[in-house]
Ligand binder design. Structure first.
Ligand SMILES: *[C@@H]1O[C@H](CO)[C@@H](O)[C@H](O)[C@H]1NC(C)=O
Ligand SMILES: *[C@@H]1O[C@H](CO)[C@@H](O)[C@H](O)[C@H]1NC(C)=O
Ligand SMILES: *[C@@H]1O[C@H](CO)[C@@H](O)[C@H](O)[C@H]1NC(C)=O
Ligand SMILES: *[C@@H]1O[C@H](CO)[C@@H](O)[C@H](O)[C@H]1NC(C)=O
Ligand SMILES: *[C@@H]1O[C@H](CO)[C@@H](O)[C@H](O)[C@H]1NC(C)=O
Ligand SMILES: *[C@@H]1O[C@H](CO)[C@@H](O)[C@H](O)[C@H]1NC(C)=O
Ligand SMILES: *[C@@H]1O[C@H](CO)[C@@H](O)[C@H](O)[C@H]1NC(C)=O
Ligand SMILES: *[C@@H]1O[C@H](CO)[C@@H](O)[C@H](O)[C@H]1NC(C)=O
Ligand SMILES: *[C@@H]1O[C@H](CO)[C@@H](O)[C@H](O)[C@H]1NC(C)=O
Ligand SMILES: *[C@@H]1O[C@H](CO)[C@@H](O)[C@H](O)[C@H]1NC(C)=O
Ligand SMILES: *[C@@H]1O[C@H](CO)[C@@H](O)[C@H](O)[C@H]1NC(C)=O
Ligand SMILES: *[C@@H]1O[C@H](CO)[C@@H](O)[C@H](O)[C@H]1NC(C)=O
Length: 457
């Protein structure tokens, strides 16, 4: 039976009476007055004002439609219907999750190896709260013990439609508060995708990161709206907007992120990345790293451009975090140091900050609060050719009067770090006062360097 708006409206009224606004209620509130069974037009992808490192190939139009069936009861697993439609429409088709229809996913879906397919999600898709099942079956991605609810990969895949993916995160936030070693799935796993777009979607309540992009090239994310906070005392931790890993020529643009960890983070071997026109609220900033976490590994982050970001209520604006040369421990499940590699050719341009602890933070002592120890074992991972240009706004009181931190672990571990056009004011009115260490201060234009160590975030 087709889902009726009237039924949705009744349900909405009933649920609105309760204290919390669920993702489903939000989804229903955005439905048009008359839901209809139609195929979405694939959104135009335009790169403005900055262009990606390499041009994207054109994606041919699709020639047949596959509508995804649903139990539409918010409890029975619809995974078999989803797999069936995707299988039928692979190689040239258009899969449609219709408007107003609800889907439940209770099975880990391996959606790699797809080719020339559009996945049009207009409906509401919720992952089950079965934490035992997901811990045993979500796709293990090795890096930081990350797992994903599903993995999407292949060639020339476009996902869009204006619908919503709901990770049902609350049960995970509560469980994590009692055990930090549980494996919380990532909402959207883009794994081994070469050529594709993910656009015009709402992502809600991910148990962990919202997006993990690994082993991928030529993928663009556009018009993604991310949000989700814990409604209990347990915090929603590690809910990064995007983490890129072993990937190149990735674009993330025109998106809105309300979360509690990195807005976008470039993990090992992220190269040729463009991030532009982003609204980030409540995050840990746009971060390179952390890198150098594992002895014996070579981590490279290179040719990254971050342009036109508005950063609100965050721990950091522009951030580069590298572990020192000796092992350090930040927390039981976060420790490391001693890895090698390089951070090279990174530009942050035009960023506004509002109530951000550090507008800029560059550290090679991540995880090691004792600077004496950090300097005794300098990082084996170099930072070179960094430009931060036109970063402006107001920092929070946390490190006042300081508003930035640029500390390398030795004089030779960093070179050519340039700051220009920086205008950040701390809560007491002090302008551009930064902690600086082992960097060429003549390149930090307009920055008043102090050695008073306020510590890193
Ligand atoms: C997922 O599917 C791919 C084929 O596309 C296969 O090579 C891979 O082994 C599968 N992975 C898992 C974990 O089942
Ligand atoms: C998990 O979901 C089921 C079915 O929607 C629901 O009955 C149950 O209360 C949920 N459990 C928790 C812990 O939220
Ligand atoms: C990426 O590809 C490598 C090499 O094929 C493989 O070992 C790894 O499991 C893949 N996935 C991730 C997340 O690194
Ligand atoms: C991954 O899980 C193992 C086993 O629980 C644990 O020893 C290790 O510290 C975890 N690593 C990370 C990076 O979380
Ligand atoms: C994105 O989601 C937030 C939180 O629900 C909402 O306030 C905002 O209006 C949304 N923005 C767009 C463009 O949909
Ligand atoms: C900067 O990004 C915002 C969205 O966050 C957008 O409205 C604005 O047009 C962008 N500015 C430029 C110069 O691209
Ligand atoms: C940031 O998020 C908070 C809720 O966590 C909200 O009250 C506030 O309006 C948001 N601000 C912006 C600028 O998005
Ligand atoms: C990253 O790239 C370097 C250089 O090619 C390589 O040595 C290293 O193994 C790669 N790391 C990962 C995690 O793929
Ligand atoms: C630095 O990276 C930018 C992209 O962010 C690229 O356009 C430029 O060519 C790179 N510079 C060098 C010297 O490779
Ligand atoms: C930092 O480490 C050094 C060397 O181990 C030690 O002497 C010093 O007391 C430590 N400082 C703090 C603040 O813990
Ligand atoms: C890493 O740096 C430490 C000192 O900080 C040094 O003892 C070690 O040999 C270096 N390791 C590599 C692989 O470069
Ligand atoms: C630099 O900061 C110090 C306080 O650390 C202050 O006394 C001094 O006036 C500042 N200089 C400038 C040029 O702002």
């Amino acid at each position: 039976m087709w889902f009726k708006t009237t039924a949705a409206a009744v349900l909405l009224n009933a649920l609105c009476a309760s204290a919390t606004w669920s993702a489903y209620e939000e989804y229903v509130s955005r439905l048009p007055k008359h839901v209809s069974k139609h195929q979405s037009k694939r959104p135009a992808i335009t790169f403005e004002p900055k262009k990606p490192y390499s041009a994207f190939a054109k994606s041919p139009s699709r020639s047949r439609n596959c509508y995804v069936s649903s139990h539409n009861d918010m409890k029975t697993d619809d995974s078999a219907y989803i797999l069936d439609a995707i299988k039928k429409c692979d190689n040239g088709g258009h899969v449609i999750f219709p408007q107003g229809t609800t889907y439940v996913i209770g099975t880990a879906l391996n959606l790699t190896g797809l080719k020339h397919i559009d996945i049009d999600i207009q409906g509401y898709v919720q992952f089950t709260n079965d934490t035992d099942y997901w811990q045993a079956n979500a796709f293990f991605q090795t890096f930081q013990n990350a797992t994903t609810f599903f993995q999407l990969g292949g060639e020339d895949v476009n996902v869009y439609g204006g619908g919503m993916l709901d990770g049902n995160g609350q049960v995970w936030y509560d469980l994590y508060a009692s055990n930090i070693y549980i494996l919380r799935p990532i909402l959207f796993g883009t794994i081994g995708l070469n050529g594709g777009s993910i656009s015009d979607l709402y992502f809600r309540y991910s148990p962990q990161y919202y997006n993990f992009v690994a082993n991928s090239t030529d993928v663009v994310f556009q018009d993604i709206n991310i949000s989700g906070f814990s409604q209990s005392t347990a915090l929603a931790k590690n809910t990064d907007g995007w983490d890129t890993y072993r990937s190149s020529n990735i674009v993330i643009q025109n998106s809105i992120i309300n979360n509690g960890d990195d807005c976008v983070s470039f993990k090992p071997n992220s190269t040729e990345i463009l991030v532009q026109n982003m609204h980030c609220n409540g995050s840990h900033g746009i971060s390179v790293g952390s890198l150098g976490q594992y002895v014996g590994e070579v981590d490279i982050v290179e040719n990254v451009y971050v342009y036109n970001v508005s950063m609100f209520n965050a721990s950091d604006g522009a951030r580069i975090k590298v572990w020192p040369g000796s092992p350090a421990e930040l927390s039981g499940d976060l420790q490391g140091g001693g890895g090698t590699g390089r951070v090279n050719n990174i530009t942050y341009e035009d960023m506004s900050v509002t109530n951000v602890d550090y507008a800029i933070e560059i550290t090679q002592c991540y995880g090691q609060k004792n600077l004496t120890l950090c300097n005794a074992f300098p990082s084996n991972l170099t930072i070179t050719n960094v430009v931060m240009n036109n970063v402006h706004g107001q920092t929070s009181s946390k490190f006042a009067p300081e508003s930035g931190y640029v500390v390398c672990s030795s004089e030779t571990a960093c070179s050519n770090i340039v700051l220009e056009g920086i205008a950040v004011v701390s809560t007491d009115g002090t302008e551009d006062l930064f902690t600086c260490g082992d960097v060429d201060e003549t390149l930090l234009q307009g920055i008043n360097c102090t050695t008073t160590n306020k510590g890193s975030n």
